[in-house]
Design a protein around this ligand. Structure first.
Ligand code: SF4
Ligand code: SF4
Length: 711
């Protein structure tokens, strides 16, 4: 008996007693669920290993923040709020669902075991939770059917849409909420008719409204409604449980594990294979991801965990300019592949090459490795490592785009992508005017210094970017840093090479640089190139600590070693463009802004997309040498964003960004209205010096971004 009325366990369905029927449903439901999940886990057991069991406390902290705290959801205000409400509702209702399932089998009410106070508190909370979840289902379905947000659409080239699946699932959850409401409402109405106190329902909640609607019904009708609602509730629950692993709702089960095992270190790239030494790696027959089974188990878990919300693609610069890449579909295509090749019924097949079947070459080369997709994903799904692994697979098969072959050969033979002579690496220091204002030591054994200025290839060899090198050197000199450069001993940092998938070449460049750095005896490294900064910080081991020049400047502004003259161009409005490898990958957002704000009279505006949502310039991942299919250049989009923000000067802190922004200003037809300047150049121009040097005239000298000197 349930508060004076029969419970579901006393009900019969035909001639089958409730406890028998509900025990059978529970056993069948749980067995089916276990079988389906076991099938879904099959490819994970065949996958490559992954190292995700370290730092459990940090993982737990992130689980609380990103999973339980739903940290990233408010980034999309409306959809995020709906999701948080549904998630919170599910957590609250989990106890009610469990209690109801037990009720039909044993007639016991789990809630009654708790104190009256807890029961009295939980009752209205669960009523409102069910009501909110029910309303959210209606809102979410209306949004998908009527308003059709663009980010949910699936272009035909990316396969079938999942709209019908999503709406069916919303309907199932709404059914669950409605049936639970009916159980509560019919029970309360029966108790009211018998004059028993019973559990009071929360005013204006779904069960409360249902109870009022049922108040005139006869007792046998209420009993039938109760029995029927209970059966529907139990059937819907187990059907939903078993249906979820067939589509996007699988993330309800997998998200907790996916967030716990998510990548902890930004800016890093996974090793070619976890757990192998460099020597063992030399004997590996195949490198990178070529077939589905080459993905790691965590990357497969990512595929299962995607909620298909489209947030990653919404922020992806490649997708914004219609390159053939949309990160969401990298995941959904792999999930569809997995479901098809590891079916719940039938045998599993594997080994199909992914490139040419579910992915195209252009799709994989189109990524700038900017990290916007990963920053946005509420479930911390990873893209860069997968893309790099797919590229490694293509490079291993000799499948390299033609335009990239020459720079790669040049990197191999000369240590820079331009094919220029090693001895010319320090030529930028020899400009006559510069030599009058600053002396740069070459740490070749004959001289020593505390600090190494790691210049990297683009700043060393590109005529326009050499100005960044000179400005950096003058700033370091101004603050009294005892610094030098490696000169001919410096090789390309290999940052882009690694992200391009050429691991062997990267390792050679890294080892040569690490050796030269060690020989120089320096205690710290400074660089003006965020790509070199990221490589030295995350890809190299056993090198001294590294700082980006913007961090050095910000600190020296605070100590008072750097002070600024008032800007003369009062009509200029500056916007800072966050380089991906300084901002998103290394969280250096404030230092460059603090420096700009310390310049008297400088007017600064923020672009609509800034900081961790900044739009990439389009230059990462060797993109300076690759011409993808696109409707417009990513940089052009960025230049237009700056113009929309009211800026006429774009300040960057990266030579790659500078190339792209200057190029984009020309292509966007904004020449004469907008300029780009590196933070170091601006600081060098504005710094207060006892003896002013003549400021370099900075003219964009490159005509086209794909220009590569013959090797
Ligand atoms: S890293 Fe950037 S370019 Fe690559 S898929 Fe993600 S958002 Fe797109
Ligand atoms: S990867 Fe993340 S952001 Fe992208 S669709 Fe899936 S859940 Fe949404």
């Amino acid at each position: 008996m349930l508060d004076g009325i029969p419970s579901a366990a006393q009900a019969t369905y035909g001639s089958i007693p409730g406890p028998v029927l509900f025990s059978i449903i529970a056993l069948v439901g749980l067995a089916c669920f276990a079988y389906i999940v076991a099938k879904r886990l099959t490819p994970l057991l065949r996958a490559e290993r992954d190292n995700r069991f370290d730092r459990p406390l940090l993982r737990l902290e992130r689980l609380l923040k990103y999973w339980l705290g739903q940290w990233k959801h408010p980034r999309f205000r409306f959809a995020g709020t709906i999701h948080i409400l549904i998630f919170a509702g599910f957590l609250i209702l989990a106890f009610q669902a469990f209690s109801l399932l037990i009720l039909g089998i044993s007639g016991d009410v789990v809630l009654s075991r708790f104190s009256e106070t807890v029961g009295r508190l939980y009752g209205p909370i669960k009523d409102y939770a069910a009501t909110i979840v029910f309303l959210c289902m209606i809102i979410a379905a209306t949004r998908r059917i009527v308003f059709k947000p663009a980010r949910y659409e699936v272009p035909a080239k990316y396969g079938n849409g999942h709209k019908a699946d999503a709406i069916f699932l919303l309907a199932l959850i709404a059914t669950l909420m409605a049936s639970e409401g009916l159980i509560e409402a019919s029970k309360a109405a029966m108790q009211a008719q018998l004059g028993q106190p019973g559990e009071s329902l929360a005013v204006m909640s779904l069960p409360w409204m249902m109870k009022n609607a049922l108040s005139a019904a006869s007792s046998p009708t209420l009993w039938n409604i109760y029995r029927g609602a209970y059966l529907i509730d139990v059937l819907t629950f187990y059907f939903l449980l078993c249906y979820r692993p067939f589509g996007i709702q699988f993330h309800v089960e997998t998200s907790l594990f996916n967030v716990y095992f998510a990548k902890l270190d930004k800016g890093t790239v996974k090793p070619v294979k976890w757990g192998l030494t460099q020597e063992q790696l030399d004997n590996v027959k195949s490198i990178g991801v070529k077939t589905f089974e080459d993905f790691t188990w965590k990357h497969m878990l990512d595929f299962y965990s995607c909620a298909d919300c489209g947030r990653c693609s919404d922020q992806c610069p490649a997708n914004a300019v219609r390159r053939p890449l949309s990160p969401r579909f990298l995941t959904t295509k792999a999930r569809d592949y997995s479901f098809q090749h590891y079916p719940v019924v039938g045998s599993s097949g594997n080994g199909t090459p992914l490139i040419g079947s579910i992915y195209s070459e252009d799709e994989i080369w189109s990524c700038t490795t900017c990290g916007a997709c990963e920053e946005e994903c509420p479930l911390l799904i990873e893209y860069i490592d997968k893309i790099v692994d797919l590229r490694r697979g293509m490079v291993d098969d000799g499948n390299v785009p033609k335009s990239l072959q020459k720079p790669l050969k040049a990197l191999e033979s000369r240590g820079n992508p331009y094919g220029k002579m090693e001895k010319k690496r320090a030529e930028w220091t020899k400009a006559a005017d510069f030599q009058k204002s600053c002396t740069v030591r070459v740490l070749d054994g004959s001289q020593s210094a505390d600090t190494l200025y790691f210049v990297d290839s683009i700043t060393s060899y590109d005529d326009r970017m050499q100005s960044i090198g000179r400005a950096t050197a003058r700033i370091l000199d101004h603050v009294g840093t005892n610094f030098g450069i490696l000169g001919a001993a410096e090789k390309d940092s290999g940052h882009e090479v690694r992200r391009f998938g050429e691991e062997t070449l990267f390792m050679a460049l890294r080892d040569e640089n690490a050796e030269a750095i060690k020989a120089s005896g320096v205690q710290r490294i400074v660089t003006s190139d965020p790509h070199a900064y990221n490589a030295l910080k995350h890809d190299y081991q056993n090198v001294p600590p590294v700082e980006h020049i913007s961090e050095v400047i910000a600190r020296e502004v605070k100590t008072g070693k750097i002070t600024f003259n008032r800007v003369e161009d009062a009509d200029k409005v500056y916007a800072y463009h966050d380089p991906c490898y300084l901002g998103r990958h290394n969280q250096v957002y404030d230092d460059p802004r603090d420096v700009l704000d310390a310049i008297p009279g400088l007017k600064r505006v923020e672009m609509e997309r800034s900081r961790d949502r900044a739009l990439c310039c389009g230059g990462g991942g060797l993109m300076l040498f690759y011409e993808p299919k696109e409707e417009q250049r990513i940089g052009v989009l960025r230049a237009k964003m700056a113009a929309e923000a009211g800026a006429n000067v774009i300040v960057t802190a990266c030579p790659f960004c500078m190339v792209n922004m200057e190029d984009a200003i020309k292509v966007a037809g904004l020449e004469g209205q907008m300029t780009a300047i590196d933070l170091t150049e601006l600081v060098d121009r504005q710094i207060v010096r006892e003896i002013p040097h003549s400021v370099e005239t900075i003219e964009p000298v490159r005509e086209a971004k794909q220009e590569v000197a013959p090797v």
